[in-house]
Every structure is written in structure tokens, then in C-alpha cells.
Design a protein around this ligand. Structure first.
Ligand SMILES: CC(=O)SCCNC(=O)CCNC(=O)[C@H](O)C(C)(C)COP(=O)(O)OP(=O)(O)OC[C@H]1O[C@@H](n2cnc3c(N)ncnc32)[C@H](O)[C@@H]1OP(=O)(O)O
Ligand SMILES: CC(C)C(=O)C(=O)O
Length: 561
């Protein structure tokens, strides 16, 4: 029992008949508005200085965001100066609109008009709280009083805007009934309609109605019901652009935004990586990339996410979480064996099938689409399986181990991870591979070798092999013939106490590292006396030598065990 929960008033869902949003799908990107420099900035321990805000602003431009709330210029000299610098310093491209926020209060509105002079495209955004709670505890007013705050501000804004519009400024208006989600929907409709009328909104001159989840207080489906209800009820729906401004108090900001779009919204205010008051605003990267992975162009460029993240962390002095969707350090990493195996197989499938689609399990997005690399996709710890080690060998070092060899090397890696009890690096995996196979040079070592090849009249190859081998301290010569270099070598060593090995499998490929190219051979032998199988690996610049080394590697490993 936890009676403490009884002090909270449960959310009252809006009754709605014949809701349509659950049957809809998102088919295009909304209008995006970044509120990083305002809502994000006001939530920082150390708000950004001029230099940081300018760098941030330019990153938002590079991403392709066309509406940017640059601050609250009437709040402080810093915000005012930044607004002036953006306008006077020529930072704002012609296709970008700056947005400024102000409370529905006369002196602040007047100061805001001063701040925006000279700008080409501006959204003047004003707000007042409309919720039952704020009416009761903050404003001590009934709904008429709250509506009057909004409509008085709308009248003043409309009046002050006219000369600027006549001078050529593209000046639009946005109104937020702040704490919309704590407001009775019929009252939200009433106050927004009153504001639309005072601002002379028309289908040609729409006003943005921003319906914020100032504090997220319900499930996303309940929000969508509210929004659909609001959109159906507002008389001047044609004269409004419905905008969302989700916060993330219940951790559902993304779902609220997505369901809000289904329920009729056309615009979303959001921030990079979800910075903002308390648990933050909705994350624009997640929203955009969620669309992208559904085949919808979000019209935002996150193709170098690491660079954006680096700027963000520097300017906000806040870290991005390791598991933050699409950007966190660990989001393209698989530790567990079955995930690694499936990623490995998916990568192979993509290569072989030439598929036009991204079809790799456990990787919902191609890391390259956000400028991330494949290398760190798989990391190896004691939860990893054979597929992960094979993946690292192929993707980091170019060794395409035969599938039948994966369990053999997987066991070597598993032994190490169990022993060290933590993640091991790709370099350590390579070292283990070298120690286990390539450096298995005792007791047998090939000191010298020569081949001669004859092709008979029917085109069959006959190869003769001569070599000098060392077994611990004894050096001896061997020779043999066969239908190829491997056969000839194998025949040559058969009589040297190695006749009990039979040859089961062989494969090879080239490894190119810059201008250097080597051959690698993988050989599987079986010891007839015990039935035990041994893999060996040989590496050489000489294509004939790699398999011979691989045979000796397998035999030497059998002696080790
Ligand atoms: C949900 C949001 O994120 S909204 C944006 C919030 N962001 C910010 O507030 C950051 C910048 N703000 C500031 O720097 C300051 O609040 C200022 C400069 C704008 C105003 O400062 P002050 O006037 O000193 O204080 P404050 O903002 O607390 O205002 C208090 C008064 O304004 C009223 N008020 C608050 N918000 C609004 C509003 N949106 N519209 C009209 N009146 C409002 C309050 O009821 C209160 O009235 P009272 O003095 O009669 O009790
Ligand atoms: C000013 C409004 C849009 C706001 O920031 C909020 O409600 O969260």
C-alpha cells in the first residue's frame, strides 16, 4: 500500500465521440520550430552567452530549421542584445523566420516590438496561462479575467504590428494558451477563438495556435483526443495553424507529438535532444528520425549527428545520454550474442541480396544515415556470442572467417571475457586471434620452401613441393607431389608423424590494407586418432604460402591442446 498517491488528482479525459485520429498515419513532415534558444535556454543552469547562442543558431540553420524561437527579448538585456545581433549582424537567411516570446503584458510587448525592428520575417509569440490550477493559484481570476489578459494583449499586438507590416515586415502571430492540458477544452476553444478574432485571423493570414503540453499530465492518446476535440470545435479552424509544444514530464513527449500530428496538428515546437524545462521539451531529432525510418522525409538534416551533439554539449554544458535515440554513444552497439549474430547475418544478407531496403535486425536505422560508423556496432563482453567476434574480425580487420570456424574462435573470446569480467576491445580480439592461430608456430615451423608446377597435355596441374621444416630443435627436409600446392605440401608432411591428420575444409581470401595486400587461408584438419578437429590460419604475401602456414597452424594447435 502506498497511500501517498492519493494526493494527486487524476487527469480527466475529454469525452469525444467518433474519434478519427487512431486510423490516421503521418505522411509528411510538420512545420518545425526550434525552441532551443528560448525554452531550452531558459532551463539551463548557465544560460547561453552571445557567442554560444550564435553558434547554436547557425547549427539550427544547417539542420534546415526554418522557424527559430530566438529568445524572450523583453526578459533581459542579454536576450534583447542577442535578438538585435541576429537581426543587425545579418545572421538570418531570407527563408528563415525568427520567433520571439512574450507574456501577455503591455510593457513587455512594447519592448518586444522594439527588439524586432528591422527583421524580415518574424513570429510574435504571446502567451498566458489558462488552466484551472493557474487561474486559481497564480492569477486569482475567473475565465473572463484570463480571456481579457489574452484579448487585451492581442489588441495591442495587432495595433502595434500594423505599421511594421506596412513597412514590409512579414510579421505573423502566435498565441499559446499556456498549460492548455490543464484547461477545460471548451474554455480553451473559447479563448483561442477570441484571440483569433482580435488578431483578424483569416485563411490567408493564419495565426499559429500553439497548444502546449506545458506540463505533461496525461497519456498521449488522451492528449490526441483533446486535440481532435479542440480542432473540431474551434469555429475559425481554417484561420489557424495548430502547433504542438510537448514537454516530457511523463516521458511521452515524442508519442504526444506523434499522436498530436494524427489528431490535426501541423507544426511542432521542439528542441535538439529534448533540452528544456524539467524533463525537457520534445526531442526534434527523435521525431524527425522516427519519420525518416518510416520512409518520410523529415526535411531536416541530421547526417552528421556527432557534430551537432558536440556543439550541443559545449553550448548547453549538458551531456547527451548514452542511450538517447539516434545519437547516444551506445545506440548502434550490440552486446548480446543473439543480437550480434542477427546483425552479422543481416549485414551479410544486405550484401548478398542487394536489397534496396534496410533489413538488419536490431538496427532500426543505418548508422551511416546519421554519420555514425559500423565499427562500434558490436562490442564484446561475456554476454556476446561467436557471431560478434566474427563480425569484429570482418568489419574491423577484414578477416572473413568461415562460418564453421565461428564457434572455435568464439570459444577463445568467451574464455577471455569470462576471465577479465568486462568488455574487451576489438584490438584485444585481434590479438587473441593472432596468438591463437597465426602465431601457432611451435613445434612445427616451415623454414624454406619451393614449388614447381607442370600442366599436362589435358590441362591438369601437377605440383611438386620441397621444403625445410623445423620440429623443436630438429631440422629436416620434406618433399611431395599433388594436384595443387596444398595437396603437394600435405603429401610431403604426411610421413613426418602427421599422417593421422585428414584435410576437411579450406578457404582463403585477400586482405587489403592501404597498398599492402596479403592472403589469408583457413584450414580445418581432423586428427583421426581422436576425432578432434583443429582450425589453422596462415597469413602471407605469397598466395601459395598462406595455406601451408594454415596447415602447420592447425597441427601446432593440436599439439598445444
Ligand atoms: C511555460 C513557459 O516556459 S513560459 C516562458 C517562461 N519563461 C520565462 O519566464 C523566462 C523569462 N522571464 C523573465 O525574465 C521574467 O518572468 C519577466 C522579465 C518576463 C517578467 O518578470 P516579472 O514581471 O518580474 O515576474 P513574473 O514573470 O513572475 O511575472 C509575475 C506577474 O506577471 C503575471 N504573468 C505571468 N505570466 C503572464 C503572462 N503570460 N501573461 C500575463 N501576465 C503574466 C503574473 O500573474 C504576475 O502577476 P502579479 O505581479 O500581478 O502577481
Ligand atoms: C510559452 C509556452 C509555449 C511554453 O513554453 C509552454 O507552455 O511550455
Amino acid at each position: 500500500m502506498n497511500p501517498g498517491c492519493k494526493k494527486y488528482i487524476p487527469f480527466q479525459p475529454q469525452k469525444i465521440v467518433g474519434r478519427t485520429w487512431p486510423d490516421k498515419v503521418i505522411t509528411k513532415a510538420p512545420v518545425w520550430c526550434s525552441v532551443d534558444l528560448r525554452d531550452g535556454n531558459q532551463a539551463l543552469v548557465d544560460p547561453m552567452n552571445m557567442e554560444e547562442k550564435l553558434e547554436y543558431f547557425h547549427t539550427l540553420l544547417d539542420i534546415g530549421i526554418k522557424e527559430i524561437e530566438i529568445g524572450f527579448p523583453s526578459a533581459s538585456e542579454t536576450d534583447y542584445e542577442i535578438c538585435r545581433e541576429l537581426i543587425e549582424g545579418g545572421h538570418i537567411p531570407d527563408d528563415v523566420t525568427i520567433q520571439v516570446l512574450v507574456q501577455a503584458r503591455e510593457h513587455l510587448i512594447k519592448k518586444t516590438f522594439e527588439a524586432i525592428r528591422g527583421a524580415k520575417h518574424v513570429i510574435l509569440h504571446f502567451y498566458n496561462s489558462t488552466s484551472t490550477l493557474q487561474r486559481k493559484v497564480v492569477f486569482h481570476m475567473d475565465t473572463d479575467g484570463i480571456t481579457k489578459i489574452a484579448t487585451d494583449a492581442a489588441d495591442l499586438i495587432y495595433e502595434m504590428a500594423q505599421p511594421l507590416i506596412q513597412e514590409g515586415m512579414d510579421l505573423r502571430f502566435e498565441y499559446s494558451p499556456e498549460s492548455f492540458m490543464g484547461t477545460e477544452m471548451d474554455y480553451a476553444v473559447e479563448i483561442c477563438q477570441a484571440v483569433l478574432e482580435r488578431l483578424h485571423a483569416t485563411p490567408e493570414n493564419k495565426v499559429i495556435l500553439n497548444l502546449p503540453t506545458t506540463v505533461e499530465n496525461c497519456m498521449p492518446n488522451q492528449f490526441a483526443d483533446m486535440l481532435e476535440y479542440f480542432c473540431k470545435k474551434i469555429p475559425s479552424r481554417d484561420s489557424a495553424i495548430i502547433s504542438l509544444h510537448p514537454h516530457n514530464d511523463r516521458g511521452c513527449g515524442v508519442a504526444t507529438a506523434e499522436m498530436g500530428l494524427l489528431a490535426g496538428a501541423e507544426r511542432v515546437e521542439a528542441t535538439l535532444f529534448g533540452n528544456g524545462e524539467r524533463t525537457g521539451n520534445v526531442d526534434i531529432v527523435t521525431l524527425a528520425m522516427n519519420m525518416y525510418t518510416q520512409g518520410i522525409d523529415p526535411k531536416l538534416d541530421f547526417s552528421n549527428i556527432n557534430k551537432i551533439r558536440e556543439m550541443y554539449e559545449r553550448c548547453t554544458k549538458m551531456p547527451v545520454g548514452d542511450r538517447q535515440p539516434y545519437v547516444g554513444k551506445l545506440v548502434f552497439t550490440a552486446f548480446s550474442g543473439s543480437h550480434q549474430d542477427a546483425i552479422n547475418k543481416g549485414t551479410q544478407y544486405m550484401k548478398e541480396s542487394n536489397s534496396d531496403y534496410w533489413e538488419i535486425p536490431y538496427l532500426p536505422i543505418d548508422p551511416a544515415d546519421v554519420g555514425r560508423e559500423y565499427e562500434p556496432v558490436i562490442r564484446i563482453n561475456s554476454q556476446s556470442g561467436k557471431g560478434g567476434a566474427a563480425y569484429i574480425m570482418e568489419h574491423n580487420f577484414g578477416f572473413d572467417l568461415p562460418k564453421a570456424m565461428h564457434p572455435d574462435f568464439g570459444a577463445v573470446v568467451q574464455k577471455e571475457t569470462d576471465a577479465v569480467g568486462k568488455e574487451i576491445s576489438p584490438e584485444r580480439i585481434f590479438e587473441l586471434f593472432q596468438q591463437e592461430y597465426i602465431e601457432a608456430k611451435e613445434p612445427y615451423k616451415l623454414l624454406k620452401h619451393a614449388f614447381a608446377e607442370n600442366i599436362d597435355s589435358e590441362g591438369h596441374s601437377h605440383v611438386a613441393f620441397w621444403g625445410t621444416l623445423q620440429h623443436t630443435d630438429t631440422i629436416f627436409k620434406v618433399s611431395g607431389e599433388g594436384n595443387g600446392p596444398i595437396d603437394a605440401f600435405f603429401n610431403a608432411i604426411k610421413d613426418e608423424k602427421m599422417s593421422h591428420f585428414t584435410f576437411l575444409d579450406y578457404s582463403s581470401h585477400a586482405i587489403t590494407d592501404g597498398s599492402d595486400s596479403q592472403g589469408v587461408a583457413y584450414i580445418l584438419l581432423q586428427d583421426q586418432r581422436t576425432g578432434q578437429k583443429y582450425w589453422g590460419v596462415g597469413l602471407s604475401h605469397n598466395i601459395n604460402l598462406a595455406p601451408l602456414r594454415a596447415i602447420l597452424s592447425a597441427i601446432n594447435r593440436s599439439k598445444r591442446s
